[in-house]
Design a protein around this ligand. Structure first.
Ligand code: FES
Ligand code: FES
Length: 159
């Protein structure tokens, strides 16, 4: 099968990728680039563990062809920390005890990041609705919602 030459910016770094047309963004991230922080589960846009940001918007990488990302910018969980410091959402999830097995957490945090960028003052119900596409088998969601709300409050206070 003929391959496509793609250029993607991933976590701020430009990548030239040669891949078959049927391969997903998730395949390329995990298998070709070794970015295994993006998780794999249902492969049908039901669970959210494969969530990454595409030009700042949360998407399910399992149903997105890599070719659809040509020329675009992808952020994975590996790209969120800065200068060795955890991102505030990562820190808040830890501080609020919102992480148990951890499998859903990269997608959960990236969905929260995209949401807070657009909705800086959410209620708890807003946060729960925004994260409804990210399933968690462990936490019961309460601590996750509290962590996201804490970050929203910190941002509003300029912290
Ligand atoms: S693996 Fe992509 S939504 Fe479940
Ligand atoms: S922490 Fe285990 S699935 Fe969410």
């Amino acid at each position: 099968m003929s391959k496509l030459a793609l250029t993607l910016t991933i976590n701020g770094e430009r990548h030239e990728i040669l891949t078959e047309p049927h391969r997903t963004l998730l395949d390329v991230l995990r298998t070709d680039l070794g970015l295994t922080g993006t998780k794999e589960n249902c492969l049908e846009a039901e669970c959210g563990v494969c969530t990454v940001l595409l030009d700042g918007a949360a998407v399910n990488a399992c149903i997105l062809l890599a070719a659809q990302c040509q020329g675009r910018s992808v952020l994975t969980i590996e790209g969120l920390a800065r200068d060795g410091e955890l991102h505030p959402l990562q820190r808040a999830f830890i501080d609020h005890g919102a992480v148990q097995c951890g499998y859903c957490i990269p997608g959960m945090i990236l969905s929260a990041q995209a949401y807070l960028d657009e909705h800086p003052s959410p209620t708890e119900d807003d946060v729960r609705a925004a994260l409804a596409g990210n399933l968690c088998r462990c936490t019961g969601y309460q601590k996750i919602a509290e962590a996201v709300l804490a970050v929203a409050r910190d941002r509003a206070a300029g912290r």
